[in-house]
Write a protein that binds this ligand. Structure first.
Ligand code: AMP
Length: 393
């Protein structure tokens, strides 16, 4: 068991908190979705309420080790200040830590909030090398990791820093690990996993792990065509990973009673929304046509399984949900998951979370993970380095 912030004596301590403030920005640099900032508030408030001063760390985008103000955390400091109703002291340093930052950190008092500049302004961050982790650690007394979105990466600001300070998990990471961990270890059954997204190669490890645990694995999205090819069907010009057909074939053979593949699909000649499209049986995709969504019969078949499930994990859209004409399958499945009030429903971040939020159903889901890549690796059964590095109880 990992320590959490509830195990720490926080009074008059300076606590460095790794958050995931990697928020989407528009061209003018305005935050278009602040869910990640909102998700960090319980931990920040807990630390402040218990007498700590907080020093917040995060990356934003990929500045590749350069102090590029396009990726500045200034908009985050402003939004955070509004959400907390308190001042947030933003340290806009090219090197993230410098003498001014050190001297300002030394002056922090219980209840103060400081936000450092984007940790990826430093090349050492993603390499977890050099002195960066030690420089960060020198600013405070304790370290808390509350960034689930980067927990699958071993960087200076989440893994390296744990070498230099006593550490614990924040409330968000604790919740992510608890809900997803419980679903994998002792799921209420029937347990259904729904897997979509573009590529089989990205999802093979997750499919294999979930096939060991789940009762049903429903496959959709771009990756379904590699499975259909493995069944010997023509897939036209659909997305296909030729080199994974054999693998798909052996997965179908090993787990035919658990895996459900689409029986029909929406096809079009061109990869765009405004084009002619129709639904065809999965084994009758014409040459020159590509599959862009699951069909109605498949939607009904999947909904039937979803309605009878007690645990549902969903990762990856079932069609090209960014285009309205091919978002129907994804939206209907999202609605069915949200409508099943008897089930624990977990959405593995990324595009599926975006799909649920877009149609306003997020509130009816038990848990929407804040980390796409991290939740995928968690569902693969991997140990996440950002969590592993934190002190045990
Ligand atoms: P992933 O990041 O692997 O979860 O993949 C998400 C992407 O898969 C989204 O951008 C979808 O548009 C895409 N996708 C889903 N279904 C299809 C499909 N049938 N053909 C091509 N791309 C798809």
């Amino acid at each position: 068991m990992k320590k959490t912030i509830k195990d720490l004596n926080l009074k008059n301590k300076k606590v460095l908190v790794r958050c995931d403030f990697n928020v989407p920005l528009d061209k003018e640099g305005n935050i278009t979705d602040d869910i990640r900032i909102v998700s960090s508030l319980p931990t920040i408030n807990y630390l402040l309420d218990n007498g700590a001063a907080v020093i917040l760390l995060s990356h934003l985008g990929r500045p590749d080790g350069e102090a590029n103000r396009k990726y500045s955390l200034l908009p985050v400091a402003k939004r955070l200040s509004t959400l907390l109703g308190r001042d947030v002291c933003f340290e806009d340093s090219d090197t993230v830590v410098d003498d001014t930052v050190k001297s300002n950190a030394a002056k922090l008092k219980s209840g103060d909030i400081m936000l450092l500049q984007n940790t990826r302004f430093r090349k050492e961050e993603t390499k977890n090398a050099g002195t960066f982790a030690e420089e960060l650690a020198s600013l405070g007394d304790l370290f808390v990791n509350d960034a689930f979105g980067t927990a699958h990466r071993a960087h200076s600001s989440n893994v390296g820093i744990c070498e230099f300070l006593p550490s614990a998990l924040g409330l968000l990471v604790e919740k992510e690990v608890e809900i997803m961990g419980k679903a994998l270890k002792e799921p209420k059954r029937p347990f259904t996993a729904i897997l979509g997204g573009a590529k089989v190669s990205d999802k093979i490890a997750v499919i294999e792990n979930l096939l060991n645990i789940a009762d049903n694995v429903l496959i959709g999205g771009g990756m379904m065509y590699t499975f259909l090819k493995a069944k010997g069907y023509n897939t036209g010009s659909s997305l296909l990973e030729e080199d994974k057909v054999e693998m798909a074939s052996s997965i179908i053979e090993k787990a035919s009673e658990k895996i459900q593949l689409p029986v029909d699909t929406v096809v079009a000649k061109e990869f765009k929304n405004d084009t002619d499209f129709f639904t065809t049986d999965a084994d009758k995709i014409p040459d020159e046509y590509m599959g862009l969504d699951i069909g109605e019969k498949t939607v009904d078949m999947f909904i039937n399984v979803i309605n009878n499930s007690k645990t549902i994990i969903w990762n990856g859209p079932l069609g090209v949900f960014e285009m309205d004409n091919f978002a129907i399958g994804t939206n209907k499945i999202a609605k069915a998951i949200a409508d099943n009030k008897d089930a624990i429903s977990i959405i593995g971040g990324g595009d599926s979370a975006a799909a649920v939020e877009k149609i306003g159903l997020a509130e009816n889901i038990t848990h929407i993970s804040t980390g796409g890549g991290a939740s995928l690796e968690f569902l693969e059964g991997k140990i996440l380095p950002g969590i592993d590095a934190v002190d045990d109880k």
